[in-house]
Design a protein around this ligand. Structure first.
Ligand SMILES: [Zn+2]
Ligand SMILES: [Zn+2]
Length: 364
């Protein structure tokens, strides 16, 4: 079949909106008609060549849609099902999968190659393969591994459910699964973009005490307060460490989440950690980045630094949980969505670089 997609041919060039060819799903795969796709910072970083990827490729990894066709052997979904899409498949057999850490599955090397699990692509133009980018949700139709499609109540809006595929699960999962924030704990969030704002919401739902949002953009701090931050600290005004210490109490913060991925903000996050506390590194740093920290201080005060990959999520458990929290009104997602069309994708990247507040979501 033919489908319309946004294709990245060269780093640092606009995506090209065009028709591409899409082969039918093979064994263990499904064809999805996208309903919506968020535009995430990781997509932008790939456009910028910060995180290398085989080209040409169709980006987009935060999608939700409707199953149109299933390949041989697929039993978890059927045509017509509305699905949320995880960008991280899991084999279900390795020691990480069988111990409930499916986000660390070791059997996914093929996905970094930009292919399906059999090493080939379904997208192409004539003989030229077009590489997958996990979900490849910047296309009206995409073929994905069946296990990454998670069925969901069809009455819920796909534009909101798309966010569950990346920003929501990463942010809320970082709080629930990685950090395990408990009622009354103090929390600070460095960087209030799509992921950071969901960390703020997750911390509120977990019953955190003080929740300090830190950003350079006053509008983001305002939105963070609306979503549950008890304090906002404008980092452009300086003195962040002192101001946050004052709010959290002398010893510092129990859980500091870094959601940007820059060495300077990672160092700031580590400095904010209090006695016995932890820094959770959620943002993706550029390859080779080497932030520094006071090692002795870590030992003296038993602080820790932890990485967080995809909110330490187990998608079959956490995706439905996010939906329940949304339905209960605890997770406020509607005000995060700013709808746009596939043709707007390059403008959405520009807005993201300019520090726009809500998340652009392509609605098909
Ligand atoms: Zn993402
Ligand atoms: Zn596995």
């Amino acid at each position: 079949m033919k489908t319309k997609a946004a294709v990245l041919y060269e780093y640092n060039t606009p995506l090209v909106i065009e028709e591409v060819e899409l082969d039918p799903p093979r064994a263990g795969e499904v064809l999805v008609r996208m309903g919506a796709s968020g535009v995430c910072h990781s997509d932008l970083h790939t456009v910028q060549g910060i995180h290398g990827w085989p080209l040409p490729t169709i980006l987009g990894h935060e999608g939700a849609g409707i199953v149109e066709e299933v390949g041989p052997g697929v039993t978890n979904v059927a045509p017509g099902d509305h699905v949320m899409i995880s960008w991280l498949p899991a084999c279900g057999r390795c020691r990480f999968c069988v111990t409930g850490r499916t986000n660390l599955c070791i059997d996914i090397a093929w996905s970094d190659a930009g292919t399906m699990m059999d090493g080939t692509t379904r997208f192409h133009r004539g003989n030229q393969p077009i590489y997958h980018y996990e979900t490849s949700s910047f296309a009206e139709h995409s073929v994905i591994p069946a296990q990454t499609a998670i069925p969901v109540d069809p009455s819920l809006p796909l534009s909101v459910l798309a966010l569950v595929g990346c920003a929501v699960t990463t942010g809320v999962g970082a709080v629930f699964n990685t950090a395990r924030v408990r009622p009354g704990d103090t929390v600070a969030v460095v960087g209030c973009g799509g992921v950071g704002l969901n960390i703020v919401q997750g911390a509120r739902i977990a019953g955190a005490g003080a929740i300090v949002a830190i950003d350079r953009e006053p509008r983001k701090l305002e939105l963070a307060r609306e979503l549950g931050a008890t304090h906002g600290v404008d980092a452009s005004e300086g003195g962040v460490v002192e101001r946050v210490r004052e709010i959290a109490g002398g010893s510092g913060v129990d859980h500091v989440f870094e959601a940007i991925g820059r060495p300077a903000t990672i160092e700031l996050a580590i400095q904010l950690v209090g006695r016995g506390g932890q820094a959770i590194l959620v943002g993706m740093a550029p390859p080779g980045a080497r932030p520094t920290f006071d090692a002795l201080g870590l030992t003296f005060e038993e602080k820790s630094i932890r990485g967080c990959w995809y909110g330490s999520c187990r998608q079959l458990v956490d995706f439905p949980l996010m939906v329940d929290l949304y339905r209960d009104g605890k997770l406020r997602l509607d005000l995060l969505v700013e709808p746009c069309t596939l043709e707007d994708v390059n403008e959405a990247f520009a807005a993201m670089e300019a520090g726009t507040v809500a998340r652009r979501v392509i609605v098909y």
